[in-house]
Write a protein that binds this ligand. Structure first.
Ligand SMILES: Cc1cc2nc3c(=O)[nH]c(=O)nc-3n(C[C@H](O)[C@H](O)[C@H](O)COP(=O)(O)OP(=O)(O)OC[C@H]3O[C@@H](n4cnc5c(N)ncnc54)[C@H](O)[C@@H]3O)c2cc1C
Length: 337
């Protein structure tokens, strides 16, 4: 088998790349398209709509609510976010790409040959969008891995995306993201603690609720070289999930699109593979300062005593501070190609 571009992983990063590359791309995922949701699926509305997945939106949100203990503040969002149905998102984002999808696991790459459970595939270029394991690009030393566990259950309608800093999750936060008739309740450990069920149960007790089906996974933070030879890495595979918030859909989509445009440029003869790799590296380098600031924020959320964190959140709620925060935060990773 031969292909111009193989995209490994058909989730946020992989689908975004496929939408740019179209029929030039072969998209592989170990699971059927849209199966295997890990995420709470909250993202900027315009991004979901740009991916052709507007009909997957379940609820729109104009604010965040940040609660430290019982003290909650409202942070109006400068641009609307939404919660959406993951399976529908994947189906809609894939529709009309013209790319080919196959269910198969990638195992490793040797020069221009990718070994998969569906046989060997010769490729010119690869996008590794396999999530935190980064199967083709390989492991990264020093990467920070958080872990999140979530359940989706029927709950009274509510507004806003809620983040709770509570005693039941000392090294992270809990969230409640309303999605129409259901709400996604979850807990996240910044330190990658995986035994989170007791914390989730205690969080649900606050609302008198029992858990439904559970899902979750790792979130990979810690940027790696963005491109090595013919392998371009995007999304969690590249450690592009943001520290502090754990937001990784926006960065995965933007990075996937960027890879798509750069590889399209190689196919069209506008630049070489090496030049495309250098351009992708430059996009990542441009964001390092903002990324580091979020790492500091993550450190503060972990280390500050809760009264100090409450004070910090209240101080940040003042309009000039909040608009500066959102201006920097929401412009991270904006595409340049
Ligand atoms: C509990 C939880 C809640 C979260 N909530 C949010 C949120 O509300 N908003 C937000 O922005 N971010 C959230 N995140 C983070 C976000 O989900 C990730 O950053 C995002 O999914 C990364 O997208 P991706 O495309 O890089 O990787 P993934 O979404 O992880 O997709 C990787 C894909 O690769 C496939 N794959 C893996 N290995 C192989 C292989 N060997 N061969 C073929 N295919 C393979 C997988 O099946 C999967 O489809 C959350 C994460 C967790 C764990």
């Amino acid at each position: 088998m031969e292909h111009d571009v193989l995209i490994a992983g058909a989730s946020f990063a992989g689908l975004a790349a496929a939408r740019v590359l179209g029929p030039a791309a072969l998209l592989l995922d170990r699971a059927p398209l849209g199966a295997g949701q890990t995420s709470a699926c909250a993202a900027p509305t315009h991004l979901v709509e740009r991916m052709g997945a507007g009909p997957a939106i379940m609820q729109r949100h104009d604010h965040l609510a940040i609660a430290v203990g019982d003290d909650a503040v409202r942070w109006p969002l400068p641009e609307p976010f939404c919660t959406f149905d993951y399976a529908a998102y994947c189906r809609l984002a894939f529709a009309g790409t013209g790319a080919e999808f196959r269910q198969a696991s990638v195992q490793r790459i040797e020069d221009a040959r990718v070994r998969t459970t569906a046989g060997e595939i010769d490729v010119r270029m690869v996008v590794d969008a396999t999530g935190p394991r980064s199967t083709l690009a390989g492991p990264v030393r020093g990467r920070r891995i958080a872990f999140g566990l979530e359940t989706e259950i029927a709950a009274p309608p509510a507004d806003g995306l809620w983040f709770h800093f509570l005693p039941e999750v000392r090294d992270g936060y809990a969230w409640a993201f309303p999605c129409g008739e259901v709400t996604r309740f979850g807990v996240l450990s910044y330190l990658g603690e995986t035994k989170l069920l007791p914390a989730l149960l205690r969080f649900l007790q606050r609302f008198d609720l029992q858990p439904g089906p559970l899902h979750g996974g790792f979130l990979a933070t810690g940027w790696r070289p963005a491109a090595t030879g013919r392998v371009f890495v995007a999304g969690d595979a590249a450690g592009q999930c943001l520290p502090l918030t754990g937001e990784g859909i926006r960065t995965a989509v933007l990075a996937g699109e960027t890879c798509g445009h750069l590889l399209r440029g190689v196919l069209d003869g506008r630049w070489t593979l090496e030049e495309a790799g250098a351009r992708y590296g430059a996009v990542i380098d441009r964001e390092r300062r903002r990324y580091r600031a979020l790492l500091w924020g993550n450190g503060a959320a972990l280390l500050l005593p809760r009264p100090a964190l409450r004070l910090l959140v209240r101080t940040m709620s003042r309009p000039p501070a909040l608009s500066a925060f959102f201006r920097h935060y929401l412009s991270i990773f904006a595409p340049t190609t």
